[in-house]
Design a protein around this ligand. Structure first.
Ligand code: BGC
Length: 352
């Protein structure tokens, strides 16, 4: 008899936990996590880390990816609002496209955390958790400055520039940070941009797409470097664009491989780094960002103060959004083992 009761209790517990895991519960602790796309490795990692850490903290998670399609992301967020999520964590595809749907969240007292990318022109956003985007750019610029010896007057060197999607607010911070280091060397002639393409809109890459990056560089290289002219450096804001540049160099370029920057430490780019085809990549440990965001969710749920360390930088058009900025570091051939392998971020096999 006692055994029967015990198995009944066990069966009931299993059914209850299955129901909670389906995301259909109205237990009042459901968190919606909206990620932009599965195309880029980093967002898969971000989504998995968020889900794992939120569940460990006792929350039910509705995790969605939107295939880089804005209407899909809007309708996923609408579903999260209607299915009882109490907090939304959103990495937006386009920072300017969520105002209307987030008005609905605000009406229902649902808090919104902008994850990695700032959501613009919406007063429904309570917090912003990100890496210091401006610092990502300055570190890329400083890497080029140091490797070329620009501060000691070396040059002239040829450089080309590429950044990310114009709808992603981060792209302007990355590019702006890097140009705050490099612009003076362009102005004084130590750096020469042979293509003449220097302004943000010209060097932006729709959807951060590797293919778009590659075709722009195919054109740049055939017009300016196909005759053996040396290209000394490429400022690329992230790994998906750096990969496009590397593919194009491989196909069209015969000179010495340029210094090439990146960001995210995606596996393909770390492999390129090991093979000498990418010089560095900014490492943003997505486990750290997820952990900070979970602390924010927890504080909102418990009605306490969320951790923030910046209340002056990120104005989303409705005012400053209190932010937590994690610190990015750069990985290159000299320190990638310590940063990426010793820390358990990747296994050696993943990088083979
Ligand atoms: C992120 C980068 C990423 C890029 C493309 C940016 O908003 O901060 O880490 O490489 O989007 O997905």
């Amino acid at each position: 008899m006692k055994r029967k009761i015990l198995s009944l209790i066990l069966a009931l517990t299993m059914v209850a936990s299955l129901l909670a895991g389906c995301g259909g519960s109205s237990s009042g602790n459901k968190v919606g996590v909206a990620m932009p796309t599965k195309d880029l490795q980093r967002w898969n990692q971000d989504g998995e880390n968020m889900k794992k850490q939120l569940e460990e903290a006792g929350y039910t998670v509705d995790l969605q990816y939107a295939a880089n399609d804005i209407p899909t992301q809007v309708s996923q967020i609408e579903n999260m609002i209607n299915s009882g999520c109490k907090v939304l964590v959103i990495a937006s595809i386009d920072g300017d496209s969520l105002g209307t749907v987030l008005d609905q969240a605000k009406e229902k007292n649902i808090s919104v955390i902008a994850y990695d990318r700032l959501i613009m022109n919406s007063d429904a956003v309570s917090y912003y958790a990100t890496f210091d985007n401006y610092m990502v750019g300055t570190k890329q610029g400083e890497y080029i400055e140091k490797e070329l010896g620009l501060a000691t007057g070396a040059g002239p060197f040829n450089i080309e520039l590429i950044t990310g999607d114009p709808g992603d607010n981060n792209a302007r911070f990355f590019f702006g940070g890097a140009m705050d280091v490099l612009q003076k060397y362009i102005d004084n002639g130590q750096l020469v941009v042979k293509s003449g393409q220097v302004d943000f809109d010209t060097v932006a890459t729709a959807n951060w797409s590797t293919e778009n990056a590659q075709s722009r560089f195919d054109a740049i290289i055939s017009a300016n470097y196909a005759d053996g002219t040396q290209l000394d450096a490429v400022l690329a804001s992230n790994d998906s664009t750096a990969l496009g540049v590397a593919n194009s160099l491989e196909a069209n370029y015969t000179g010495n491989w340029p210094i090439l920057t990146g960001q995210d430490c995606d596996i393909a780019s770390v492999k390129n780094m090991i093979a000498g085809k990418q010089s560095m990549s900014i490492f943003k440990d997505t486990r750290t960002l997820a952990a900070k965001t979970v602390e924010m969710v927890d504080a909102i749920m418990k009605g306490t103060n969320a951790p923030v360390n910046d209340t002056s930088t990120y104005d989303n058009g409705t005012g400053i959004i209190p932010s937590y900025l994690c610190e990015p570091v750069f990985a290159d051939i000299n320190n990638y083992k310590e940063l990426l392998l010793d820390s358990g971020y990747y296994t050696e096999d993943q990088l083979k």
